[in-house]
Design a protein around this ligand. Structure first.
Ligand code: DQA
Length: 147
């Protein structure tokens, strides 16, 4: 199976960015760990981080009929991007929405997501482990073993 991990704006700053909120690990460290886990499950995992909405949208379009599942942390685009939402609907690839933080326990503007109602699942507040839980759930879904 092919799984794509997408990370939105400012997540390239993980480790440096508000570490008391987002943790001290870099995105590269988190993605390397995830890639290792995927390899052990015979999953081909690719990942892309971008600060530009159109690059994420283009990547979603390119994934049409190429990618079986998407794990996405849209970051601030969660709360603003109808365009990225529409891209995911356009390619019809199932996805899990991940947030490092519990967005529901934060500012009011973080409590609306343009993705949650069309996601297979939403994982938030588990820090970097959220990506691993999403990979685990995605693998189960692809193997038709999701309960
Ligand atoms: C985030 C939460 C968003 O509200 C925020 O804009 C981010 C990161 C998270 O992973 O907790 O950039 O998606």
């Amino acid at each position: 199976f092919n799984i794509l991990v997408l990370n939105g704006p400012n997540l390239n700053m993980l480790g440096k960015r508000e570490p008391e909120i987002y943790g001290s690990l870099s995105l590269a460290t988190i993605m390397d760990e995830l890639t290792d886990i995927a390899q052990n499950h015979n999953i081909n995992l690719s990942h892309l981080q971008s600060n530009a909405e159109h690059i994420l949208i283009d990547k979603v379009h390119q994934s049409f009929e190429q990618v079986d599942f998407i794990i996405i942390n849209p970051a601030a685009l969660t709360h603003s991007s109808i365009a990225l939402r529409d891209a995911l609907l356009a390619v019809n690839i199932p996805f899990i929405e991940v947030h490092l933080t519990n967005v529901h326990a934060r500012e009011a503007f973080r409590q609306h997501s343009y993705f949650s109602d069309i996601a297979q699942a939403v994982i938030c507040g588990c820090g970097k482990n959220g990506y691993r839980y999403a990979l685990d759930a995605a693998t189960d879904w692809l193997n038709n073993t999701q309960g």
